[in-house]
Ligand binder design. Structure first.
Ligand code: KIV
Ligand code: ZN
Length: 522
């Protein structure tokens, strides 16, 4: 079946098996089901759903994923023994299209562990693949550590597996040791030397220990492999696996030199990447290809100006192609007027040339001191530039009682020049105080983040508190520092509210005029 003229490359996703093997990346049963459903919907050809013999939980997840599968082939992993393979089959057999995957380490280092001679291992491969094939028509066999296995022996065992009924031969670079040319040569060598090689699909499974997994996978495809094993975000043992998003987008963007198609709906990539990052607890590195936070961001003035005029100047794919519809401009010290103007305009602020020049000077000054200038900072710049708007809200006095008997706060706050007083309780002193702020200045903003950092050490440490509020998508942050953490917290909260008020007034739309109108701010 393998034909280098054939243009389809099968995508085999092993996020739920090899990806989940990353230390600490365990997912719950429900999360695995959710990810599998998303992979199926995205067009992944084969989902490796788990290692059924590994635990009751893995078995249950694989069987349920098999039952729920719609389009994808559902595969489970098993070692080279009947018990593993039987358990695997019990789980995957519920799928409309099941696959048994079985493997054994064939390199000298791996043969030494079960202490099998070359002949004994060859016999084991013959028996186990035959057994798997008697259960299921779709059998994948992998010689683990293939890239460090003697070529003659590799050809011998691959031939045995094919004769025993394997339909896919996967060639793993288990320790991420190979390099692109060698990866291609290995597949080419197997296709040329192994009798029956043209009857099966050759697959590539690369780990990223030297950062070459994606390149090695693509090189294998160019040599004739027609299945790529990969994971979302490149999740996996040690440095991870080939990243699904990288191979899929590389094949799409460079179809001129790699004319192979995948059935993946790329617009689902970003959502799945974020979800996998959340459920696995493995955040995506900022500069990761395709799905990293910075992958479509431009900070330097020259790049920003180019992108604003013609996005293709510095982007080889569209953010929308991976389902990303966010603004791609990050303001920083290299940004120019064009980027600032565009960002302000996206915030609904259209300034005249003189005002823009004024804001630009302030912006450059801030950007010199700060790495990134956020939306929130722009509002502050605007506010500072317009006039020295006095804060609408100000903390005048605060008394907090805390201890085993409960927590309460007595607060005096100036709201628009008027002194107001409240007495409140809460779950802890900070909660009691925040309740007092809400009573004195009712608002609908949700507290999204509350963070305390000790700036100095010791019990007299200066605490810096950050508060982030979200009001109908308008996000503002407030900061304050004090040796008293509760006072710092209240001031940070009030700081955020003052910013929110400026912001409400500026945009106008959605402003809650029952509380304060823009006229009052300006
Ligand atoms: O890396 C590897 O060799 C594997 C096999 C089990 C296919 O994950
Ligand atoms: Zn692996």
């Amino acid at each position: 079946m393998t034909d280098t003229k054939q243009d389809k490359v099968l995508i085999f996703d092993t996020t739920l098996r090899d990806g989940e093997q990353s230390p600490g990346a365990t997912m719950t049963h429900e999360e695995k089901l959710e990810i599998a459903a998303a992979l199926d919907e995205m067009g992944v050809d084969i989902i490796e759903a788990g290692f059924p013999i590994a635990s009751e939980g893995d078995f249950n997840a694989v069987s349920e994923i098999a039952k729920n599968s719609k389009n994808s082939v559902i595969c489970g992993l098993s070692r080279a023994n009947f018990k593993d393979i039987d358990r695997n089959w019990e789980a995957v057999k519920h799928a409309a299209q099941p696959r048994i995957h079985t493997f054994i380490g064939t390199s000298p280092l791996h043969r030494a562990i079960p202490n099998l001679t070359m002949d004994e291992m060859a016999d084991r491969i013959h028996e186990t693949v035959t057994h798997a094939r008697n259960l299921c028509d779709n059998v994948q066999w992998s010689p683990m550590d293939a890239t460090r296995t003697e070529h003659d022996y590799l050809c011998r065992v691959v031939e045995i597996a094919i004769k025993a009924g394997a339909t896919t031969i996967n060639i793993p670079d288990t320790v991420g040791y190979t390099a692109p040319r060698e990866s291609a040569d290995l597949i080419r060598m197997l296709l040329e030397r192994v009798p029956g090689a043209d009857e099966v699909v050759f697959s590539t499974h690369c780990h990223n220990d030297l950062g070459m997994a994606t390149a090695n996978s693509l090189a294998a495809v160019e040599a004739g492999a027609r299945q790529i094993e990969c994971t979302i975000n490149g999740l996996g043992e040690r440095a991870g696996n080939t990243a699904l998003e990288e191979v899929v987008m590389a094949l799409r963007v460079r179809n001129d030199i790699m004319p192979y198609a995948t059935g993946i709906d790329t617009t689902k990539i970003m959502k799945l990447s974020r979800r996998v990052a959340t459920v696995s607890g493995f955040p995506v590195q900022y500069n990761k290809a395709i799905v990293g936070k910075n992958a479509f961001l431009h900070e330097s003035g020259i790049h920003q100006d180019g992108v604003l005029k013609n996005v293709e100047t510095f982007e080889i794919m569209k953010p929308a192609d991976i389902g990303l519809n966010e603004d791609n401009i990050v303001l920083g010290k290299h940004s120019g007027r064009a980027a600032l103007k565009s960002k302000l305009s996206a915030l609904g602020i259209d300034l005249g040339q003189n005002q823009l020049n004024d804001i630009f000077v302030r912006f450059k000054d801030l950007a010199d001191r700060k790495k990134e200038v956020y939306e929130d900072d722009l509002w502050t710049l605007i506010r500072d530039a317009e006039d020295e708007t006095p804060d609408r809200l100000e903390l005048k006095d605060l008394k907090v009682i805390c201890g085993t008997g409960g927590q309460s706060a007595e607060m005096v706050m100036i709201v628009d020049g008027e002194e107001k007083r409240a007495e409140t309780t809460g779950d802890g002193p900070v909660d009691a105080c925040f309740n007092a702020v809400k009573e004195l200045f009712p608002h609908k903003a949700k507290l999204e983040l509350y963070q305390v950092h000790a700036v100095t050490q010791g019990t007299d440490a200066q605490a810096t508190v950050s508060v982030r509020l979200n009001e109908d998508g308008r996000i503002v942050t407030g900061q304050s520092a004090d040796t008293d953490t509760v006072v710092a917290s209240v001031k940070a909260y009030i700081h955020a509210l003052n910013r929110l008020l400026v912001r409400r007034g500026k945009v106008g739309e959605g402003a809650d005029n029952r509380e304060i109108s823009y006229k009052d701010v300006s």
